[in-house]
Design a protein around this ligand. Structure first.
Ligand code: NAD
Length: 479
């Protein structure tokens, strides 16, 4: 290990040695060492972002366009190297790491374009001689707090619109994945961002994150992570009367109806429930299956699970990488034990696996004979664990799908236009998939959920403007 990465505050790389970044595929491999900011540095970062805001928010669109476009181009040119580093620290397989990196480049490219598409409205007043102009302005200093499961895509889909709309940023990434965060900040810094516009404060959530929540000088916070932390963000933001946006957990249902194409349904389940080691907020953790196809679906799914290659994230043969760390692995194993205790049938997997290198390997687990009342159906596990819930017909499937405190994504596999259409309209989720996995979304359209999954405006695409801008209505009497 030779890497030592520092924080970026007011245009300067600062910080002493802090925490080690461990490769979950090989715990003997230290990806690098990373500075760990304290509350004082978080305050300095916020002050720097506040000082940088007036000039950046008034910068010409082409200035912002140039930085975002340059970042996109560099990320795309270095996709293999960056994707490899991402997979080394997070454990998703290499093709997913590179795919996520390409996604980041596409998002920067999209928001580079957005800088040139900013617009407002000119409206006649109800009063003679008066004109009304409606414009969007930057919100101010935005705090960005991100989770570990999409180390480059989630920071990017927050940083890119924030910058495009003229905000300045204090960015606090998850402790487990600092390399991807550092890399995009380094790229943006070298792409020409003025000092203070983007500040990186790697460090503990309870220290750096909390200092951000407690600051009266953050004008908005965008957060993705667990429900527990999300509630803290909400409470602190109300206290400071600041804008906030939360993207949190999921317990996403994938419905399989009798008339589904079996091969499609199985592939949707494998991809949705187990790819990225099941560590996606959009994962299909509940498979809601009607009784006419139930046994065939379970048999085919088990056959497909048998063939999955679980191993080192960087091995190109690997289809499922390790779990991210020891505590997430323990959580997965605890829920597997809970499922069995509750009376569900562990039909496949769930055991730890040994590989050539010491890592957090777990065979994907499938429960059958589960009910929607069980804890494994109601609580987010966030690992390669899914359970099949047998239902009588479409009506019961829809009721079970909607019976959850979450509402991020949902899916249905069916060849019935009638049921697909009814499900799209009546599913209580922010994103609905027909004959597609519940995970895997486009970058240019709104992303977000309902109920306990999300709070505030949608992320991504043009809808991102809702959060990163504030509306001004100006009246002019020209005489
Ligand atoms: P987490 O809540 O533990 O951490 C998220 C971030 O919050 C981290 O950067 C962490 O350091 C920070 N944090 C922790 N305590 C804090 C505090 N007191 N004040 C401020 N910040 C604090 O979540 P995680 O384990 O990193 O991520 C997994 C969770 O993220 C899952 O629940 C998953 O569903 C969710 N997630 C949701 C989406 C979505 O878009 N809905 C996407 C990805 C992940």
């Amino acid at each position: 290990m030779s890497l030592f990465r520092k924080n970026l505050i007011d245009g300067e790389w600062v910080g002493e040695a802090g925490s080690r970044n461990i490769n979950p595929s090989n715990t003997g491999d230290v990806v690098g060492e990373y500075a760990s900011a304290g509350a004082e540095q978080a305050k300095q970062a916020i002050a720097a972002a506040k000082a940088a805001f007036p000039a950046w928010s008034r910068s010409a669109p082409l200035v912002r366009h140039a930085v975002l476009k340059k970042a996109s181009d560099e990320i795309m040119a270095r996709k293999d190297e960056i994707g490899r580093a991402l997979s080394s620290e997070e454990g998703k397989r290499l093709s997913e790491g590179i795919g996520e990196t390409i996604r980041a480049a596409q998002i920067f490219d999209f928001f580079a374009g957005e800088t040139l598409r900013l617009s407002g409205e000119l409206v006649p007043s109800v009063r003679p001689g008066v004109g009304v102009e409606i414009t969007r302005e930057a919100v101010g200093v935005v705090g960005i707090i991100t989770p570990w499961n999409f180390p480059i895509a989630i920071p990017t889909w927050k940083i890119a619109p924030a910058l495009a709309h003229g905000n300045t940023i204090v960015f606090k990434p998850a402790e487990l994945v600092p390399e991807s965060a550092w890399t995009i900040v380094d790229i943006l810094h070298r792409a020409g961002l003025p000092k203070g516009v983007l500040n990186l404060v790697m460090g503990k959530g309870s220290v750096v994150g909390q200092a951000m929540l407690d600051s009266p000088d953050l004008n908005a916070i965008t957060f993705t992570g667990s429900v527990g932390t999300g509630k803290r963000v909400a409470a602190a933001s109300v206290e400071h009367m600041r804008k906030f946006q939360l993207e949190m957990g999921g317990k996403n249902p994938m419905v399989v109806l009798d008339d589904a194409d079996l091969a499609t349904a199985v592939e949707c389940a494998i991809n949705g429930a187990y790819f990225s080691t099941g560590q996606r907020c959009t994962a299909s953790s509940r498979l809601v299956v009607t009784e006419g196809i139930h046994d065939r679906f379970v048999a085919a799914l088990k056959e497909r699970l048998e063939k999955l290659v679980i191993g080192d994230a960087l091995d190109t043969k690997t289809q499922i990488g390790p779990v991210v760390d020891a505590s997430q692995l323990k959580q997965d194993e605890d829920y597997i034990a809970i499922g069995s205790q509750e009376g569900a049938n562990l039909a496949f997997g769930g055991e730890r696996l040994d590989r050539e290198t010491p890592g957090f390997y777990l065979r994907p687990a499938l429960f059958t004979e589960s009910t929607n009342a069980m804890r494994i159906s109601r609580e987010e596990i966030f690992g390669p664990v899914a359970n099949v819930i047998r239902v009588k017909d479409y009506d019961e499937a829809l009721a079970v799908a909607n019976d959850t405190p979450f509402g991020l994504t949902s899916g249905i596999c069916t060849s019935s236009l009638k049921h697909a259409t009814h499900f799209r309209r009546n599913s209580e989720a922010g994103m609905v998939m027909v004959n597609l996995p519940t995970a895997g979304v486009d970058f240019h359209v709104p992303f977000g959920g309902r109920k306990g999954s999300s709070y505030g405006p949608r992320e991504q695409g043009r809808y991102a403007a809702e959060f990163y801008t504030t509306v001004k209505t100006a009246y002019t009497f020209a005489g």
